[in-house]
Design a protein around this ligand. Structure first.
Ligand code: PLP
Length: 417
């Protein structure tokens, strides 16, 4: 018998998780002879029937290429595709759909911005990131720094996994050109004080980019209130399909940047003498886009909008609270990342156990978590660990599943010590 002696008090009345789970067919299967407990949502979230149906319907009823205007199917596909862009605009509270660029995901969105800003960067300029960034918000900047002579400078973090605001303030200077920071950390769960940081950066004329990959699955950002120049996220972490993501950019910033890739759709006119670019957002969308995926992402956002988002957030918070309460039931277990403001992500280590062994043994019990460096090697170096185990929760997870995780961890811990 496991010892989960902490009272299970946190429940959300307004939130019927049982009914919600019916919307996610993948969750009701057995893995390794046990009911699946999916706690790897930070890596990629599962898709509701609404998304599967929207993509199926698109392919059955309206698929054609977009923006060609030659026939009815093309018009239907274009309407669905551009309708999804409007859904994203509204989700982010952007001013206009011309500020919403489809990309393959957060990674491509950040690469697009880094390349687009390269002509403005010169030797000695500084690009401020943080010690808790995903490689997707480090490496593109390093590549651009290499090309331009600029420097990537990391903001320090505290042992609790919060941004060290003194370090941030001391690093802002006349050479700082870009601030590229994650809204929420994929390893620590920390929600960063991005509005305050953007405001300080703006006052110095610094261009700002927020990596929203881990934020949008848990709360809705308002890009006008944040006042950032760019905001990036991936559909697949937001319960939508893989292969598509979003770059929000302020119109003036996007207009000032050169295109990222050349090809069809992104041009106004091509000749061997001179080629001119299409208007926004198409200037940044070379080639046939991921049409069905855009439709799927639109459906995912509409699905999320059909719930009381506050109740959803409260339910997720209850999962994290429950997990925090149970840590003491596993001898030698330590949480990495204890910031005050967190999305429901729990990285941890257990004394004497390698993270990958924890992952394998949990998988045998039907529990999916992520182990490794989580594409955040500088952060692993900061904590002096090769990797961590990470459980990341979504609104469809239950308190029972959190309990199952800890019962399984107790078993693993007993087995090895
Ligand atoms: C904070 C953060 N940024 C960027 C990414 C990269 O996202 P994608 O692989 O979907 O481009 C991830 C993925 O885990 C992430 O967690």
């Amino acid at each position: 018998m496991s010892d989960l002696s902490v009272a299970n008090t946190a429940t959300s009345k307004a939130f019927d998780v049982k009914a919600i789970r019916q919307d996610f067919p993948i969750l009701s299967q057995q893995v390794n002879g046990k009911p699946l407990v999916y706690l790897d949502n930070g890596a990629s979230a599962q898709k509701p029937i609404a998304v599967l149906d929207a993509m199926d319907h698109y392919y059955r009823e309206m698929h054609s290429n977009v923006h060609r205007g030659a026939h009815t199917l093309g018009d239907r596909a274009t309407a669905a595709f551009e309708g999804a862009r409007e859904t994203v605009r509204s989700f982010l509270n952007a001013r206009s759909t011309q500020e919403i660029i489809w990309t393959r995901g957060t990674t491509e969105a950040i690469n697009l911005v880094a390349n687009g800003l390269a002509p403005r960067l010169k030797a000695g300029d500084e690009i401020l990131v943080s010690h808790m960034e995903h490689h997707a918000n480090i490496v593109p900047w390093q590549m651009i720094a290499e090309r331009t002579g600029a420097k990537v400078v990391p903001i320090q973090i505290t042992p609790q996994g919060e941004l060290d605001m003194e370090s941030f303030n001391s690093l802002l200077n006349d050479r700082t050109r870009v601030l590229a920071i994650t809204h929420a950390s994929n390893v620590l769960g920390t929600i960063n004080p991005v509005a305050e940081m953007v405001s300080q950066a703006k006052a110095r004329g610094i261009i700002t980019l927020l990596d929203g990959a881990q934020a949008v699955p848990h709360f809705q950002p308002d890009v006008q209130a944040l006042d950032c120049d760019f905001y990036a996220f991936s559909s697949h972490k937001l319960f939508g399909p893989t292969g598509i993501g979003v770059l929000y950019g302020k119109t003036a910033m996007l207009e000032a940047m050169p295109p990222y890739q050349g090809g069809g759709e992104m041009i106004e006119r091509v000749s061997f003498e001179r080629t001119t670019w299409n208007v926004l957002p198409y200037k940044f969308e070379a080639g046939t886009p991921a049409i069905a995926e855009a439709v799927g992402l639109g459906a995912a956002i509409r699905y999320l909008n059909s719930f009381d988002r506050e109740a959803m957030e409260a339910a997720e918070h209850a999962l994290l609270e429950r997990a925090n309460q149970l840590v003491e039931t596993v001898p030698g277990m330590t949480i990495i990342g204890t910031a005050k403001q967190k999305v429901p992500v729990m990285s941890f280590k257990i004394e004497g156990l390698h993270p990958s062994d924890i992952g394998t043994l949990l998988d045998q019990q039907g529990i999916a978590i992520r182990t490794g460096h989580h594409c955040a090697m500088p952060l692993m170096d900061f904590y002096g660990v090769p990797g961590t185990a990470r459980a990341s929760f979504a609104f469809y997870n239950t308190l029972d599943e959190v309990d199952q995780l800890f019962t399984a961890l107790q078993k693993v811990q007993r087995l090895f010590t």
